[in-house]
Structure formats: structure tokens, C-alpha cells
Design a protein around this ligand. Structure first.
Ligand code: CTP
Length: 408
């Protein structure tokens, strides 16, 4: 996700400096070009050679080192960077950065950077909580830095409290959110439903389906990376939700209906990837149903059709996207659902096609709007999510253009 991006990784003299090697490695796995700059104190904690081996780049420590390809290094580097992060950031470097002190390679380079800048403080709790440090953090935020809050836990000095270097994967999430994708959905509120529903029969049993939630979670991740404010209404799944999204857990179709309809009027886009039960037991037994001789019949009643309701109560300019998972006549059925539920886009797939459907990491879908139908090749669910969001962005743009033409 960071192919073609240059990331400056500033490492300062905290005991957590060795963990920056993991971060450098994670960035390399995302195909970033990683340029590490260390402070003089950081080299006491970890050898620059570690970073050079990991990144394939010369690790910089000295502003006056001439053995280097860039001209006036700190300026050239600052210009080349798509993102700069100081991780770990000591109280000392936070203080310098907050006040424009530029007395080494790292601080001079950061002063010249106009790209997004992040800092991940790591230090003793007392140092972190000191009002001076807190004021410096406030100041850095005021200057546009994103400051990642340190984790709670047992620190190297034996104290327990806030100040631990966060998990490197969390830091990577912050970096990806900042630069992985263009922010074409910034300012948009997007609600996505994902996963199955569970309809209780009794306290130990329920009716459900095979949905894994992967498609909805991929949509939530990609919309978040494109800058949208994402709410993910999710049935029970085994997945970890993407970072920076609001997660609303639900179990039944009724809970999904309430969670979605109570938030729908605030949304610009609603994507219903959840596999919602159409029927639930008419009565839920308060006690476990014990077996008897002979057959057992369950009476089922219809659940609320959330998407149908949303189509009937769509606010002007809002986009609705549904899914149609079929086993036959996919396009006709999907087109009928688009019409019936008043949707702007429906994503149809045939679960019988290899690589499509539940549980897989791929999908084979057809995107159907009121005016066109595009049959996509087999692709990863993340790529499908991007294609769906591209389509919705196009519809939004077309709606805006026609509203503008109408206004004239
Ligand atoms: N859906 C919903 N509420 C329901 C059932 C479905 O919001 N009670 C939504 C799904 O999330 C999906 C779309 O409607 O986006 C289509 O779901 P699907 O099960 O394919 O269609 P149904 O309307 O249930 O029709 P059928 O059972 O005839 O296939």
C-alpha cells in the first residue's frame, strides 16, 4: 500500500528504539522507500547497520556527513518525503520539534518537511505526564503533527503506566491512513453493514448463514483509507475491525435494523454488505428446546428489510448500495432488487462461481446501476471494495454535476 512512497523514519534515544526496526520492516513490506534518520543518542540503543540492512538505504545521523547522494541532505530529503514519523519520540525531541530547534540531522530535516508528520512518544510515565511534555504535544498538534498516544503497561524502568511504545502495527495503521490512498472520500459519512445475523431459537441455538464479513470489512477499510468517516455495523465475525472506524456490533436482523435506521439520516453513503436473515423464529423459547419423538417444525416470521426501508426513506443526495448474492439468474434478480429497493448500485455475485461468495478472499461481482452493468474479473475483496467505492464516487460526481446543471 506504500509503493512509490518515501517515508522518513526518525529514531531517537528511547529504550524502545530497537522496536523501530520492526516498524522499518513493516514499512518495507508495504513497499515504501524508508529513509531512517537517527539522533546521536539513538545510536547508543541500536546500531544504524540494523536499519541499513532492513531498508537498503544509508542510515543518517550526521548533518555534515558528505558521503551521501542528496545535495544539502536535509532539504532534499524533506522534499522527497511523502510522510515523516518520529518513532520512538523522546521528551527531548518533542520539545525541540515543538519549538523549532534544529540542531541535528533529524530535527533540521523535520523542520523542512511539509508532508504529513507523525510522532510516537515513548518514555517514562512521569516524563510523559509532565505538563511540559503535554504542552509540547499540544503545540505539535497545533503545528499539524499527528501524535500517537503511547500504550499503558510495564515500562523498562519497572513503573506501570502510560508511556510504552505502541504496537508497531498500530503505528503502521496511522501511516497507512495518512498516505496509502488519495483522500477522495474526505468529509463523507459512510455506513457499511457486514457479516451474518443470528436469529435465536432458544438460549443455545440460532439460525444464521455462512457470511464471513470479509467483503464488508474490506469496504470499511478502503473507505477509511480514502478519508471517509466510516461506521461499521457488524454481525458476529472472526475478523478484527479495521482501525479508525466506528464499530457497532449487532446480532439479529432487528438489531441491525435499529442500528442502521437510527444512523441513516446522517450518512452520505450506505452500503449493505451484511447477509441479513429474511426470517426468524416467530417465538424464542425462554428455555432450551428438548428433543421429543417425531419431527419438529419451527414457525418463522419475516424480519425487517432494512434496505427496503432505507430506499423508502432515502434523503436527497444519499447513495444506497445493496448486495445480491444469488445462485441463479443473478443479473435479473439483482436488477429487480435495485429497482424494488430504490438503490443506486447493487453488487451482484453468484456464489456458485469459483472464487466468489462466502469465506473466500476473492470475489467475482457485477456492478449494476440504473444505467449500466459492469462485469468484473475475479479479484481480491479489497480490490472489489475499491471498485465499488470508485463506482459510488462516480455516481456522486454525476449527481452533483446534474444538480448544478439543473440549478443553472
Ligand atoms: N437486506 C436487508 N434486510 C433484510 C434482507 C436483506 O437489508 N431483511 C439487504 C441485504 O443486506 C442486501 C440486500 O438487501 O444488501 C439484498 O439481500 P438479499 O438477501 O439478496 O435479497 P432479499 O431482498 O432478501 O431477496 P431474496 O430473499 O428474494 O433473495
Amino acid at each position: 500500500m506504500l509503493k512509490g512512497k518515501t517515508v522518513i523514519l526518525g529514531v531517537t534515544g528511547s529504550i524502545a528504539a530497537y522496536k523501530a526496526a520492526n516498524l522499518a520492516s513493516l514499512l518495507m513490506k508495504q513497499h515504501a522507500k524508508v529513509q531512517v534518520i537517527m539522533t546521536g543518542n539513538a545510536v547508543n540503543f541500536i546500531n544504524p547497520i540494523t536499519f541499513e540492512e532492513l531498508t537498503g538505504q544509508k542510515c543518517l545521523t550526521d548533518t555534515f556527513d558528505r558521503n551521501f547522494e542528496f545535495k544539502v541532505e536535509h532539504i532534499a530529503l524533506a522534499k522527497a518525503a511523502d510522510l515523516a514519523i518520529v518513532a520512538p519520540a523522546t521528551a527531548n525531541v518533542l520539545a525541540k520539534l515543538a519549538h523549532g530547534i534544529a540542531d541535528d540531522m533529524l530535527t533540521t530535516t523535520l523542520l523542512a518537511c511539509t508532508c504529513p508528520k507523525l510522532a510516537a512518544p515513548a518514555m517514562n510515565t512521569r516524563m510523559y505526564e509532565n505538563p511540559v511534555t503535554q504542552d509540547n504535544i499540544k503545540q505539535l498538534k497545533h503545528y499539524g503533527y499527528t501524535v500517537i498516544e503511547p500504550a499503558m503497561g510495564r515500562l523498562a524502568c519497572g513503573d506501570i503506566g502510560r508511556g510504552k511504545f505502541p504496537d508497531e502495527k498500530i503505528i503502521l495503521d496511522y501511516i497507512l491512513r495518512e498516505v496509502a490512498l488519495p483522500k477522495d472520500m474526505a468529509g463523507k459519512k459512510v455506513l457499511i453493514t457486514a457479516g451474518p445475523t443470528q436469529e435465536d431459537i432458544d438460549p443455545v441455538r440460532y439460525i444464521t448463514n455462512h457470511s464471513s464479513g470479509k467483503m464488508g470489512y474490506a469496504l470499511a477499510k478502503m473507505a477509511m483509507l480514502r478519508g471517509a468517516e466510516v461506521t461499521l455495523v457488524s454481525g458476529p465475525t472472526a475478523l478484527t475491525p479495521p482501525p479508525f472506524v466506528i464499530v457497532v456490533p449487532i446480532s439479529s436482523a432487528r438489531e441491525l435494523f435499529e442500528a442502521v435506521t437510527s444512523r441513516s439520516q446522517k450518512q452520505d453513503i450506505i452500503i449493505k454488505a451484511a447477509a441479513v436473515a429474511d426470517y426468524r423464529p416467530a417465538e424464542v423459547s425462554a428455555e432450551k428446546v428438548h428433543k421429543k419423538d417425531g419431527e419438529l417444525s419451527l414457525e418463522l416470521e419475516r424480519t425487517e428489510d432494512t434496505l427496503q426501508y432505507l430506499g423508502q426513506h432515502k434523503k436527497p443526495g444519499q447513495l444506497l448500495c445493496g448486495f445480491a448474492m444469488e445462485t441463479s439468474d443473478m443479473e435479473e434478480r439483482a436488477k429487480a432488487k435495485l429497482q424494488k429497493k430504490n438503490l443506486d448500485l447493487i453488487v451482484g455475485n453468484n456464489v456458485k462461481v469459483a472464487g466468489a461468495g462466502f469465506g473466500t478472499d476473492t470475489n467475482v461481482v457485477t456492478l449494476i446501476t440504473k444505467t449500466d452493468c459492469s462485469r468484473l474479473e475475479i479479484m481480491s475483496k479489497e480490490e472489489v471494495a475499491m471498485a465499488i467505492l470508485d463506482k459510488l464516487s462516480l455516481i456522486l460526481k454525476a449527481d452533483r454535476t446534474s444538480a448544478f446543471a439543473g440549478g443553472e
